[in-house]
Design a binder for this molecule. Structure first.
Ligand code: AMP
Ligand code: ZN
Length: 112
C-alpha cells in the first residue's frame, strides 16, 4: 500500500535492521526498543491489524507466529512477550499488522 511505512520497510525501500525474511514475512528490530530485545514481525502484504485477519490470510498470520518461535529460538530467548496493538486506544501507531516481540527484562501484568 502506498505511503505505508511497514510496506516500504518490507520492500527494502526504507532501511531497517533485519532479523529474518522469507517470501511472505519480514522481521526487524524496533527503532525505539522497549526491552533489551525488541523486534517486530510483519507480513509483506498489507494487512491493517489483527482485526484484518480473515480465512484467506489466516495461514499467513499463523506463519508469523511460527517465525516468532523460530527467531526467538535462534536468539536464545527463553521468555518473551508477544504483543499486537489494534487501534488507537490500544496504542497502535503504524496501521500495518505487526507483532512486537519483547524480551530481556522483567515484565508486569496487566500491561499498561
Ligand atoms: P505500534 O505503536 O504498536 O503500532 O508499534 C509500532 C512500532 O514501530 C513502534 O514500537 C515504533 O518504535 C516502531 N517503528 C516505527 N518506525 C520504525 C522504523 N522506521 N523502524 C523500526 N521500527 C519502527
Ligand atoms: Zn503496509
Amino acid at each position: 500500500m502506498p505511503d505505508c511505512l511497514f510496506c516500504k520497510i518490507a520492500a527494502g525501500e526504507i532501511p531497517s535492521n533485519k532479523v529474518y525474511e522469507d517470501e511472505t514475512v519480514y522481521a526487524f528490530y524496533d527503532i525505539d526498543p522497549q526491552a533489551p530485545t525488541h523486534f517486530l514481525v510483519i507480513p509483506k502484504a498489507h494487512i491493517p491489524s489483527v482485526a484484518g485477519i480473515r480465512p484467506e490470510n489466516a495461514a499467513l498470520a499463523g506463519h508469523m507466529l511460527e517465525v516468532i518461535a523460530k527467531v526467538a529460538g535462534e536468539l536464545g530467548l527463553e521468555s518473551y512477550r508477544v504483543v499486537s496493538n489494534v487501534g488507537q486506544q490500544a496504542g497502535q501507531t503504524v496501521p500495518h499488522l505487526h507483532f512486537h516481540v519483547l524480551a530481556g527484562r522483567d515484565m508486569t501484568w496487566p500491561p499498561g
